[in-house]
Design a protein. Structure first.
Lengths: 386, 386, 386, 386
């Protein structure tokens, strides 16, 4: 009689959860896999959207919670949060004794997962390696690739890069991005299936959404964190000028978040934004439905590059955060400039057709990854291929 | 009037100090550089040879000491030591505000240096990237390459690998290995210039060294740590059989060190090793002089691959620790097998000629690196080249 | 020629700063003392009022900043924040090498200061030991007394208690409370010297203050943290019923702060509080002037017990937080009950006279403490007196 | 149907285990208690005697292991070890959710247990409060008393002190010391029941024990750690002069242990100690049998004050470590002086009678404590009694 393979997945932020939800479901359903779900960092915290609440509501059992966010929202705090993460996660892995640890994407604190697992000789799987963005995330992402034993990448270009990084080709798999799995399901509904004001509260005016609306989500960029306030102000002015019904989402917990948040708060105190409503967070499915029914997305969220490609939602992508990521024809790139942003939005609002792409997969990434986690040989010993 | 550039170098272990000593000297001598020397981890601890004492004796001023070794000598402790290192080093960097941080080689705890510096947007220089060994060190080494902004590598092959890892060619420099700088100086003396028993004490018999002697240095291998006792026993039996005057050095503080140490202690209690003397540690210069005057080196130390290439000292290299590192003709590779080890030593002892190589540089690495640290543009923003 | 004595003072929260400001000034002015000011924990954080900004504005030089607040606002986070505090402060003390460390009052994280100093054999002075409140603060406070070498207490009863705790009578000094020093200065102005809306912003309506106003400041109580929302709601309803101009201050960062904050936010969203304005924080001097000019203070802040005694400001003290602290006749105690609160406020508003007390000192505590820090023998070795 | 009460006991060192072993047994046997045994700090480490091995051999199941010893053996390391202990133990308590946490005695790292439990609102029981020794242990011990909710003390004087410290008399119990429980059992055998050389190895000569022998156990004293080498040397010279068969035990892991260890090693290298054998550690029962059969105990171990009182073994107690602890007539106190030590030993060796005392209890402490842990009301809220 064979034991189930224990698969520990570490989720450190709300967007990471959305990104791997179908992987979690597929692991849980697999008769020979046991899911050990570990929730850490900002995913546990109220002011970053309490991903943990959604996770529990979705019926996942949590094996361990790791509080490791050191307050400060400066760069030292990011380093220390990672250090505390290693201290805590190594204890968790010691207790849970997973057969494989899965880490997701490229946020700074995911390095804690990668180091703990690899230093403890636990095979490490990395989801979403090989992508290119040109910011600190890229250092983290490729550094994790060099610690990881299995690579589940989201596009053909990503696969090529991971292999060129010296990884064994036999351990690199283009599964597509699991976030597309959800987009596929959601894409059936082209209109809003819920009332966002009623369901999510939020603050600000409540513009009428029935004739279309814009969605804004703009995060600080780690290596430009000192400019985060200036950057958000360009977007605020542009949206004010466009003056269409707009739904705006708060930024995540990177260095610079204070600048972004303060920028938004000050602007709101100074000007009446009578067409803008602010949300702290939203369940993944609702957010995708909201996007799918929207006129366009403005900001620098990776959802614009990824899920919106599959959905065909037009995107005004601002600044350097998504630089060099593979993208579909739905994306227009602009700099941190009020006029460019206004102009790009205007063009989109005057357009009729939408442009779809499967550059990030076809909607079955979760199941592909679960199968691989079951079948791959357990190993933590590797060497560069050249 | 221009300020000096502040260069923080973090030393975490005795061998790392030997490896960068000429870099420290060259930085210190450079009129436009200020050395900020940080001593951490096992380099501070008595039972790993107190590198700190040698460093102070050599006249270097220490800017900060970081105690971060968590006891346990298991894999969890290695992870936690790294986590604590990040907590401590980020504070140190916050205080010292270096312009560039330098990290050395590939020991597990050097990752703490790399993460703290890169997360704090301090340009990171890495010495000795691009090498290949096939053990956990390799995960660490290449992972640090992906966090580092400048690469000072020790051989042409290493340079090629770092570039192939997607690093900007303009930031990769084959300076040669700084350890060769010391070897060059030392190579003038072909006989022992000191009495090792008198100067370093140690335990065991004191065989006559005047007709030649063998040196042994064998460390545990991180991803084989459960076999470290078995591995050291093969070497112990081989040396017992050869029965020549032998000087044996204790292992460093990797996971598995308990196995290696216990193996040596048990063997000594069971058998009389009447031709073997044990040392805990030795100043770098003396150690190189000792090697240069020896018949051969046995074990898995990188000094056999590196300095011994320049010196032409024959080496019996055991097991996987130095796998795929570039090597000169002075090296014979064997597995963890008593008979293979005996046979390789015997062949060497019957040979007459020595074989030298400059594969790891020509003796001016320290100065080359100091010049680059002065001249290179300060930057911490990079992207993969493909 | 004698060296100055180095006095490290660790400030971990905004109220602690107000409490020791005159001590800092007196140390700084003393020709034979050197102040080493260390700012830590919530005193560094924006969302707890950034005490650090006021400290710098007041002209104090900061020797070290220690970020150690682990996010979570649960009890585990309080413990971990203290653990991180010890890790960081021991490094700071190692660098600054103070002759004496001063810790203030009884917040949970002050234990980190006390442990680091006492474990490192640095003489520890404690300000405001010996008081009684009946909550978790009391465990912390008396526990620190047993680690401290010098005790600067604020009242005769406190002095008796510290001595009864087995401390050497020769090391226990009733200096009065340094917060009274500031109150003394401020008491010269019986009317508002600034416009609080203009100077501090804040949110909510801006009631006319010229005919008197109420001040509210109510913190969560650590060992009742699950009820913090219910407790604040009783006060909210009472203030709503009284319906006088009211200035309300946000709570500090204890366990339970989320409950208190959420309680306030929800109430505001549900009801219009047309006579209430909310402030996040205020400079100490302005706050005392505001209190001195007010009709009364409502809540559970220690300022009501302490400074308001000297000033003669009437106080409605709610719940257990200030239980058994010595108090003047200015205080009326009530439970977490809407009606009791309403009734007590009403009685005060109908009264004419004010009642002053010097139970917490006469306004020269800062100078007394600085003199003692200069004169006391340096010692860290003690034994219980019975 | 009632749930069992979960009692978490944290053991951080070998002597602490011996001290509470009968408590563990009694908890385990009690049908309404569940033992959650947590092993931490030096109790896990080989070079401090691996208490964990004895614990497992004795059949106790370990609920969690906590590695928190930071290497350094200086005072900063003691502080940091405590900080890491808090980080780790708070996670453990969060997972195990004990109803009561039990902490033992007064070693510096036990403060981590006390802080984690009390900050997390878990009722805390303290074994062996109220004793007086005059060193850093005393700061720790009384400080823990002020954090603890239940007090299980070992003597009437200790009980009086804890009550005078302001603790509620109803929560202070003189149970006697659990270590006496073991002594009672052991006292039946007045001769050695095992061969210590065969069973425990150790190093040095193997003197004949049949005509009596001396036992030595001397630890460094925390607040005299810089003199630890000088102190041990006085004892070494005294024992050398007495020249009787002697069994010597290595010191524990306090600050200063390096001095003590180095002192012993150097002395052994310089002089032949032909009547002295050295042990690293010994099972508690064997050690008591060894003491009971010995001529006398020399050093500063608390076993001399405590178990030897019950057994009537003569003790030469050196220096300040046991100052002011209650003691029976079996103890002779001397200073760190070769001549005094020699003289005291000589007097004892010429004496005939032995002197017993029940000052530390009658052998039923374990069961008394288990009963109280079952019966006491669960509470973590307290206030000083005066």
């Amino acid at each position: 009689m064979s034991e189930k393979r224990k698969i520990a997945v570490v989720i450190t932020a709300r967007p990471s959860y959305s990104r791997v939800k179908t992987v979690l479901t597929a692991i849980q359903k697999h008769p020979e896999l046991e899911l050990q779900l570990i929730i850490a960092a900002s995913a546990l915290l109220d002011r970053y959207g309490s991903a943990v609440n959604y996770i529990e509501k979705d019926g996942f059992e949590i094996a361990a919670k790791v509080f490791n966010v050191l307050e400060g929202e400066n760069l030292t705090a990011a380093a220390k949060t990672t250090g505390i993460g290693i201290l805590e996660l190594s204890t968790v892995f010691d207790n849970l004794k997973p057969d494989i640890v899965v880490t997701v994407a490229d946020r700074f604190e995911t390095m804690a997962t990668a180091i703990s697992a690899s230093y403890m000789n636990i095979p490490l799987a990395h989801i979403q390696g090989g992508e290119v963005t040109g910011n600190i995330d890229e250092k983290v992402r490729h550094s994790i690739t060099k610690l990881a034993d299995y690579h589940f990448v989201a596009s053909e270009n990503a696969k090529k890069r991971v292999i060129q990084l010296g990884e064994n080709e036999a351990m690199v798999f283009n599964t597509g991005c699991p976030s597309i799995d959800i987009a596929q399901e959601i894409s059936k509904h082209t209109h809003l299936t819920f009332n966002p004001y009623e369901k999510y509260g939020g603050v600000g005016s409540q513009p009428d959404l029935s004739n279309g609306y814009i969605v804004v989500m703009q995060h600080p960029v780690t290596n430009e964190y000192q400019d985060s306030r200036k950057h958000i102000e360009a977007t605020l002015r542009a949206i004010q000028k466009i003056n269409k019904p707009t739904l705006w989402f708060w930024p995540n917990v990177d260095a610079g978040a204070d600048g972004t948040s303060t920028g938004i708060r000050s602007f709101r105190e100074k000007y009446t934004m009578k067409n803008v409503h602010f949300f702290k967070n939203m369940e993944g499915n609702d957010f995708l439905n909201l996007l799918n029914a929207s006129l366009c997305l403005v900001g620098n969220s990776s959802v614009g590059i990824r899920e919106c490609a599959y959905l065909g939602v037009p995107v005004v992508n601002i600044g350097s955060r998504q630089n060099r990521r593979d993208r579909g024809n739905n994306v227009v790139d602009v700099s941190y400039d009020e006029n460019e942003i206004v102009s790009a939005i205007t063009t989109i609002l005057n357009r009729n057709n939408r442009s779809k792409s499967d550059v990030y997969g076809g909607g079955d990434a979760g199941e592909k990854i679960a199968l691989l986690l079951k079948e791959l040989p357990l190993q933590f010993h590797k060497t560069i291929t050249y």
